[in-house]
Design a protein around this ligand. Structure first.
Ligand code: HEM
Length: 404
């Protein structure tokens, strides 16, 4: 067989294969066209890939529930709020959280994000090279998120250690028990950290999201300590990983597609379209898990109540049943209803923040460093699950084209 991933005979897909993670789009399209409900190699768990099926599942939490035991595997002691609970309870939490992540709130910090982007670029531009993830993609969005939350920016390394300890525990790949134990211990450290911060903010309120969480009211009552902790746990994972991942994927794409990069540099008005199109094409959060609550037929397959499934939003986003010329990256695409931020009631809370950060980061980067390439002889390295380009060595020469 020319393309062993996915394996069309067994309908299995290897989602952690390194080659796949670096460029998953062709394998996604094979899955969408030939087996809209496949299985994940190793776990045998079903994976739904067609756009219309994934979108339907996201919008029907009464059938595809977010309430499941997977939270235990993430080192938490209770489900994370609001991602691991279903409406109508989830809707109540979204009401109090959405206000703090509105477009208006996010625009207030845009000038500071822009200034920080330039400070970071100042620190390495003369060297003519950097490892993009460490030098730019990690610090820029993380600082913005910590500021909004009211968390000390000087403790960024600690927050990254805690976040990575849950998402990518530093144990051997097959050591599942070791990973579980590491996550459990890290989870406890996260709870302890935020326990102390809740007390501080109750005693000394400020204008930040931590203070909002300890003072806001839901149905006429203050949030309980456990509820605040379950929100903070999720924020730490959502706020510190995804924009970094998305920014790395975008710049890695543009580094190896100089003609697209030049268009963007020459026509900065294409930037908003480019951010959306690269979110679609790269879809950094490849999939989201759900628990089937009622027997259902989807993508021509019957799934029984109690089945754990993955909704492969990365595949849905390159489905040519929804997107015209799905495999061409078009910054001027007219209709782009991508699912990179999910859909339905759990649609990403941080999407305005993420879009602003991506736009500002890409605008400032290309204004200052318009021509860059992957360092000759080096290969970018992607992580599975959330596609972060953990190693992206770039080179440039100012005023001249950086050759790849
Ligand atoms: C490019 C960046 C981002 C991407 C691609 C992304 C992607 C997603 C996706 C796919 C979901 C849906 C999960 C599901 O249905 O189970 C989601 C939910 C969520 N995201 Fe994001 N996200 C990004 C940035 C952020 C940021 C910056 C925050 C900051 C707080 C954030 C916070 C959340 C939260 C709290 C939820 C859960 C919402 C709910 O369940 O009601 N995200 N995100």
């Amino acid at each position: 067989m020319s393309n062993p991933n996915p394996n069309l005979e067994t309908k299995e897909i290897n989602l952690v294969d390194a080659e796949f993670t670096a460029a998953p789009q062709e394998a996604y399209q094979t899955l969408v066209r030939h087996c809209p409900v496949g299985t994940i190699l190793g776990t045998g768990s079903p994976v739904v890939s067609r756009y219309e099926d994934v979108r339907w599942a996201l919008r029907h939490p009464e059938v595809f529930s977010s309430e499941m035991d997977v939270h235990v595997g993430l080192g938490t002691e209770r489900p994370m709020i609001p991602q691991q609970i279903d409406p109508p309870r989830q809707t109540l939490y979204r009401k109090i959280l959405d206000q703090r992540f509105s477009r208006r709130r996010v625009m207030e910090i845009e000038p500071r994000v822009r200034a920080h982007a330039n400070q970071l670029i100042d620190s390495f531009i003369e060297k003519g090279e950097c490892e993009f993830d460490a030098a730019f993609a990690i610090p820029l969005p993380c600082q913005a998120f910590l500021e909004l939350m009211g968390l000390p920016v000087e403790e960024l390394d600690l927050f990254l250690e805690l976040k990575n300890g849950i998402i990518r525990p530093p144990v051997k790949y097959a050591d599942l028990e070791g990973a579980q134990e590491y996550r459990r211990k890290t989870g406890r450290r996260i709870y302890d950290y935020f326990e102390a911060l809740i007390d501080q903010r109750r005693a000394d309120p400020r204008d930040d999201i931590m203070t909002h969480l300890v003072t806001t009211e839901l149905d006429g009552r203050r949030l309980e300590r456990a509820e605040i902790l379950d929100i903070c746990f999720l924020f730490l994972l959502g706020g510190l990983d995804t924009v970094t991942a998305s920014l790395g994927c975008n710049i890695a794409y543009l580094a190896v597609h100089p003609e697209q990069r030049r268009r963007l540099v020459e026509k900065p008005e294409l930037l908003d379209g480019a951010v959306e199109e690269l979110l679609r094409w790269e879809t950094p959060v490849m999939m989201v898990p759900r628990l089937v609550k009622q027997d259902v037929t989807i993508g021509g397959e019957k799934l029984g109540a109690g089945t754990m499934v993955s909704l492969l939003i990365g595949a849905a986003d390159v489905d040519d049943g929804e997107f015209e010329d799905a495999d061409s990256v078009d910054f001027e695409r007219e209709r782009n209803r991508h699912l990179a931020f999910g859909g339905g009631p759990h649609r990403c809370l941080g999407s305005h923040l993420a879009r602003m950060e991506l736009r500002v980061a890409m605008e400032e980067w290309h204004r200052r460093i318009p021509d860059y390439a992957v360092k000759p002889g080096e290969t970018p390295r992607y992580s599975p699950g959330i596609r972060e380009v953990q190693y992206l060595p770039l080179v440039w020469s100012l005023g001249k084209e950086a050759e790849s």
